[in-house]
Design a protein around this ligand. Structure first.
Ligand code: FPP
Ligand code: MG
Length: 567
């Protein structure tokens, strides 16, 4: 059987490779298209021609693709059925020696996922630095707080007491009490409006026209919907401002690394140098995110992203992958230039986690067939069900939560020196780093859960990307996992076969809507959002003057908005 599959796969591979070689045509076509139409539009004739050719091709290659696809998923399924030990939940690393700082005033240590001793770049004699267990240093978050589906919400549909009373006056930067809610996007409008320009001009300079155009596909001069929500940069800016404000309102003035003091109840006095470093961190987070989307859209063979053709539809798969690599390369260089080892390690962790999350998604989930029982769906045990949800939630952390958690943590690390509970100007209270990490992590979890709801509810025109893509690509997310608890006989087998049979997607969809799957997913998202709210409120727990907690409170609002969003 295996031999037969291998033989047919070999011949179909040749056909596919031959077709692929013929199909690509001159890269010039894609370049012409992009030069003529800065933003390729579905009405563009080149776009149509490409789509038309693609449709014809798909008829020719459909049989081969099905065989190759089945073989690939068979092999992948076998190969990754059991997570390798490294990918299991890890214990915290046992530090062999206390964390060291190298005297560089940018280096800090401590807090969630902190490096177990920053590399001492000045110590030439200590060769063991490079052997430090970087594979475990950042894995010590046990991720045992992801399934909070059985907790009740604490505030919903309200906000925690006292939040929502401050109103920001965009022109004067001052604040007063009013019942208007605080819009976090308005608070950071200036920072976000210059982000794409700054990335394009400062970070993406290359003299190769195609690479430049592909890489800056989502960083246009005219900042439109293709620029995305800029949610990750917003988190970085707000976190920095919230920390600075908390330090200002609860402690004495602090001295920045360039000798200036700051510490009023707004962050306008934050030294320029620190503001620039925070802005750069926000850009790095967006670059990493965008790189992952370029790659993801190739993997998923997505047609559309942010309402326009996905980057690989315009430039081809190879160029999209290389453009993603290029974004990562530029992000790495910018990261190194922050000259902060802890931030470098923290942000690098994100890249590993994104890859891990993507592979977990490709693998699917803990298979019911692991029970070694042909009639396994009737016997799907509670522990297998829990493992599926647990697996899904860990995957969500890796593909979404980690970027937000580690970006927030890095913002806190860069704000080192702003904690009132620390005598040193160079260190930040580890509790604040922990707060930043927890906030980002749980907002990220809520964000992805809502994304998974919107995949069921949204439309292409509203979302800018195809709806129902999860079911169509065989991915079981929270709505269907919860629904399967109500309709186990129907849904577990469909989940196991990745909704491959004719009618599976429609059937699963109707069962999800007939069940409490969507409501339970929304509930889980709310609980995560509230955990994030509680985390950020720890920043200045006793502060009751809303003018002195403007940014902290706007982050509470942001967590609320994440769950309430419709796109
Ligand atoms: C979107 O998921 C995908 C991600 C959030 C992460 C993708 C990560 C990789 C491709 C690994 C490589 C990483 C880098 C940094 C190059 P989705 O497909 O579920 O959501 P969608 O509907 O938005 O596509
Ligand atoms: Mg995708």
């Amino acid at each position: 059987m295996m031999m037969m599959m291998m033989t047919s796969s070999y011949s179909s591979r040749i056909t596919i490779l031959q077709l692929a070689a013929r199909r690509r045509g001159p890269e010039q076509l894609f370049l012409d298209q992009h030069q003529q139409h800065q933003q390729p539009h579905p009405q563009c004739r080149y776009y149509h021609r490409t789509c038309h050719r693609r449709q014809n091709r798909s008829v020719v290659t459909s049989t081969s693709s099905i065989i190759t696809g089945r073989l690939k998923s068979y092999v992948l399924d076998r190969a990754v059925r059991h997570d390798s030990p490294l990918w299991q939940q890890q214990q915290p690393p046992q530090p062999q020696q206390p964390p060291r700082l190298n005297g560089d005033d940018h280096d800090q240590s401590g807090g969630v996922g902190s490096i177990g001793g920053a590399i001492d770049i000045d110590d030439d004699n200590n060769e063991s630095d490079v052997d430090e267990p970087t594979t475990t240093a950042h894995l010590w978050d046990p991720l045992d707080d992801l399934d909070v589906s059985h907790r009740a919400t604490r505030y919903w549909p309200h906000l925690p007491r006292g939040i929502g009373m401050a109103h920001h006056h965009a022109n004067g930067g001052s604040s007063s009490t009013s019942s208007t809610t605080i819009d976090p996007f308005v608070l950071c409008a200036d920072e976000l409006s210059t982000l794409s320009d700054s990335i394009r001009n400062d970070l993406l300079g290359t003299d190769h026209p195609v690479l430049h155009q592909a890489a800056s596909y989502f960083f246009k001069a005219t900042d439109d919907a293709t620029g995305g929500k800029k949610f990750r940069p917003l988190l970085v800016h707000l976190m920095a401002k919230a920390l600075a404000q908390a330090a200002a309102s609860t402690g004495p003035q602090h001295r920045d690394d360039d000798g200036q003091t700051y510490g009023t109840n707004t962050v306008t006095s934050l030294p320029k140098n620190r503001q620039r470093r925070i802005a750069r961190l926000a850009e790095i987070a967006e670059l990493i995110h965008t790189a992952s989307l370029f790659h993801d859209d190739v993997i998923d063979q997505a047609d559309t992203r942010r309402g326009v053709p996905a980057v690989h539809q315009v430039f081809g798969d190879k160029m999209a992958i290389l453009a993603g690599d290029y974004l990562l390369a530029r992000a790495s260089m910018a990261l190194a230039r922050l000259r902060n080892v802890a931030v470098v390690e923290t942000m690098s962790t994100i890249i590993e986690h994104l890859v891990r999350g993507e592979v977990m998604q490709m693998k699917g989930s803990v298979s019911g067939s692991d029970n070694n029982n042909s009639n396994h769906h009737n016997n799907t045990t509670t522990s297998t069900k829990n493992m599926r949800l647990d697996y899904y939630l860990r995957k969500n952390f890796y593909k979404t939560g980690s970027l937000m958690a580690h970006s927030c943590k890095s913002a806190a690390l860069l704000m080192g020196g702003s904690s009132p509970n620390n005598n040193s100007n160079n260190n930040i209270d580890p509790a604040w780093i922990d707060i930043a990490y927890r906030y980002g992590k749980h907002v990220g979890m809520a964000f992805q859960l809502v994304d998974d709801i919107l995949d069921y509810e949204g439309t292409l025109s509203h979302m800018g990307k195809a709806a129902l893509s999860d079911l169509n690509s065989g991915v079981a997310t929270a709505p269907v996992l919860f629904a399967a608890e109500e309709y186990p006989d129907q849904l577990w087998p469909m989940i196991d076969r990745k909704f491959r049979h004719d009618g599976d997607v429609e059937h699963a969809l109707s069962l999800v809507h007939a069940s409490a799957g969507m409501d339970r997913t929304r509930h889980l998202a709310r609980v995560h959002a509230e955990i994030a709210m509680d985390a950020i409120l720890e920043l200045s727990p006793d502060e009751t003057d809303p003018r002195r907690t403007l940014y902290r409170d706007s982050m509470v609002q942001l967590a609320y908005k994440v769950v309430a969003r419709t796109k």
